[in-house]
Design a binder for this molecule. Structure first.
Ligand code: C2E
Ligand code: MG
Ligand code: MG
Ligand code: MG
Length: 292
């Protein structure tokens, strides 16, 4: 999708470059128009306890672009370009609004669970960002604890000083924070010293091999201990089968997320999934977020 065309004849390198630049501009033009037309949608992937009852403790909002011709476009295909064109402030604004609106709807149906939203570098450079979050929560009458923000290590490492300050402000107001894709960045430990995060999400690269590869198992096990000794909960990402879930339980891991538990699904499918899962229930209105 949006890949540069192969050059036929002529200076292939230069032609390739031109095509790449043209494809990028076309995509940006379409993305801006798509934003105006409301083509971004969210899919939601549940996060559950590792215990046998698999109680749902939250859902993660994952953006998709419902393109009129190309169909559903995944974030890896357009977020990098969007970031380079300074569009992430706007995209995150749309994602946060959709996520908070859905959270409000779930609450009204007695299915309230915290919703996690992924942030990008530019969000953490925007001094108005905490106010934007506060305004949204107020608009949808949601407590700060209804929202969790996920930040990858690489985002934290760019411009770490300001990022940490801004995240500190948000957390002081009660918004939950998670370190995403833990273990894949360049520096994994320095910011853990100072970052007030609630959850550590251990990357799929380690989790997916922990039942077959002793080195991955050792990394998972010791990261669980590291997170707990820092007062954080640990989420295993990319859990694709029950064998891994058994192993995670053995290691004392708190939460799991992955295709083996539930794939990311549209809002309607997620609503049905939440309604039949333990931890939230439409009958009793029991909520994973107290007092929401
Ligand atoms: P992420 O935040 O680490 O999200 C997890 C990604 O792994 C998702 O891909 C999800 O569909 C996929 N995944 C979940 N479970 C499994 C599994 O068991 N096996 C495998 N192979 N994959 C699994 P997705 O939705 O394509 O998103 C990719 C990345 O794009 C996300 O990684 C996140 O970094 C970014 N992203 C998604 N939505 C947003 C957004 O609204 N804003 C920003 N800034 N980034 C976003
Ligand atoms: Mg994430
Ligand atoms: Mg992740
Ligand atoms: Mg990722």
């Amino acid at each position: 999708m949006y890949a540069a065309k192969q050059g036929h004849g002529g200076p292939v390198f230069a032609t390739g470059l031109d095509d790449h630049a043209r494809a990028r501009l076309t995509m940006l033009e379409e993305l801006r128009a798509g934003l105006d037309r409301g083509e971004l949608v969210l899919h939601y992937q549940p996060k559950v306890t590792v215990g046998a009852d698999r109680r749902v403790v939250g859902v993660e909002a994952l953006v998709r672009w419902q393109h009129p011709v190309r169909g559903l476009v995944f974030p890896d295909a357009f977020l990098h370009t969007a970031e380079s064109a300074d569009l992430m402030g706007r995209i995150t604004g749309v994602v946060l609004d959709l996520a908070c609106r859905q959270s409000r709807a779930w609450h009204d149906q007695g299915l309230a669970v915290p919703v996690a939203v992924n942030l990008s570098v530019s969000n953490l450079r925007d001094p108005a960002f905490p106010e934007q979050i506060a305004a949204l929560l107020e608009h949808y009458r949601l407590p700060a604890s209804a929202l969790e923000l996920e930040v990858t290590e690489s985002v934290l490492m760019t411009d770490a000083g300001n990022a940490l300050k801004l995240l500190g402000t948000l957390r002081d107001r009660g918004v939950r924070l998670a370190v995403d894709d833990y273990g894949t960045g360049y520096s994994s430990l320095s910011y853990l010293q100072v970052l007030p995060a609630d959850d550590l999400k251990l990357d799929r690269a380690f989790v997916s091999r922990c039942d077959t590869d002793p080195r991955s198992a050792a990394i998972v096990h010791s990261t669980v201990q590291l997170a707990h000794s820092l007062g954080m909960r640990i989420v295993a990402e990319g859990v694709e089968d029950d064998g891994i879930l058994d192993r995670l339980r053995e290691y004392g891991c708190d939460y799991a997320q992955g295709y083996g538990i539930a794939r990311p699904q549209d809002a309607a499918t997620t609503t049905a999934w939440l309604a039949q899962s333990p931890g939230v229930s439409p009958e009793t209105g029991r909520s994973a977020v107290p007092n929401l």
